[in-house]
Design a binder for this molecule. Structure first.
Ligand code: AP5
Length: 227
């Protein structure tokens, strides 16, 4: 069975976290969301957390060397031996190159980069209404599109639902600008390597999930047939 090594790409608010959580459960693979990892480091006040806080508060990307180290360490763990899902990494061409050399060193290959396409208007609507669980940031809601049963309370663990610090309008604007300048070039990067796949992120979360499953099923079939 080919290894399921996946990258989720897409602008802020496209639904990478929403899909990452689902895929992690569907395929029982470790899921590394760099935004969640960094927010946890900030909350715990670790050395990395203190280093990155002001970048994140402004909506800027954190320095490449910091985040590359964080991910490289995780890819070598036993839990990632049969595959992994990356969300939020890589986000710059140097990060993508660093990932390629790490994979080469580990004698492994990326299976697919899945780009979740959504319009800027949709992104603004989504980030404006997002709420995340204080206890587990992977539990994601939207006040309009995916509301919790009880206002401001997580359905799964009863945690308080919060607005993320970087979901303020002026910070969202900068995150989108950073995405366009530094992350969008990765579309061409993975297209050239033949592993880019698009999904229409404007559909419902269930439909997006189904589309991703369809892509992965096709890729697995092709790989098994040696195409
Ligand atoms: P990060 O946490 O990765 O933020 P992001 O990429 O901006 O992505 P988001 O988490 O905002 O959105 P998402 O695509 O996961 O959408 P979600 O599923 O939540 O990064 C934060 C910061 O960390 C960066 O700004 C940077 O400073 C730093 N950082 C992280 N990685 C880095 C790296 N590699 N290098 C440098 N710096 C790095 O969905 C959004 C909302 O929409 C939710 O409310 C959800 O309920 C709703 N929704 C989702 N799907 C649908 C749907 N299909 N229909 C309707 N609503 C939907």
């Amino acid at each position: 069975m080919p290894e399921l090594n996946l990258i989720l790409l897409g602008p802020p608010g496209s639904g990478k976290g929403t899909q990452g959580e689902r895929l992690q459960e569907d395929f029982r693979l470790p899921y590394y969301a760099t935004g969640d990892i960094l927010r946890a480091a900030v909350k715990e006040g670790t050395e990395i957390g203190n280093q990155v806080k002001e970048f994140m508060d402004r909506g800027d990307l954190v320095p490449d060397d910091v985040i590359i180290g964080v991910i490289a360490e995780r890819l070598q763990q036993e839990e990632a031996a049969d595959g992994f899902i990356l969300d939020g990494f890589p986000r710059t061409v140097p990060q993508a190159e660093a990932l390629d050399s790490k994979m080469k060193e580990l004698k492994r290959e990326m299976m697919a980069a899945i780009l979740i396409d959504v319009s800027e208007d949709e992104v603004l609507r989504r980030l404006g209404g997002r709420r995340t669980c204080e206890q587990n940031p992977g539990h994601i809601y939207h006040v309009e599109f995916d509301p919790p049963k009880q206002e401001d309370v997580c359905d799964i663990d009863g945690g308080k639902l919060l607005v993320r610090d970087d979901d303020k309008p002026e910070v969202i604007k900068n995150r989108l600008a950073q995405y366009k300048e530094k992350t969008e070039p990765l579309t061409a990067y993975y297209e050239e390597r033949g592993i880019l796949n698009h999904v229409d992120g404007s559909e419902s979360p269930d439909e997006v999930e189904e589309a991703i499953h369809g892509i992965l099923a096709t890729l697995r079939r092709e790989e098994e047939e040696g195409m």
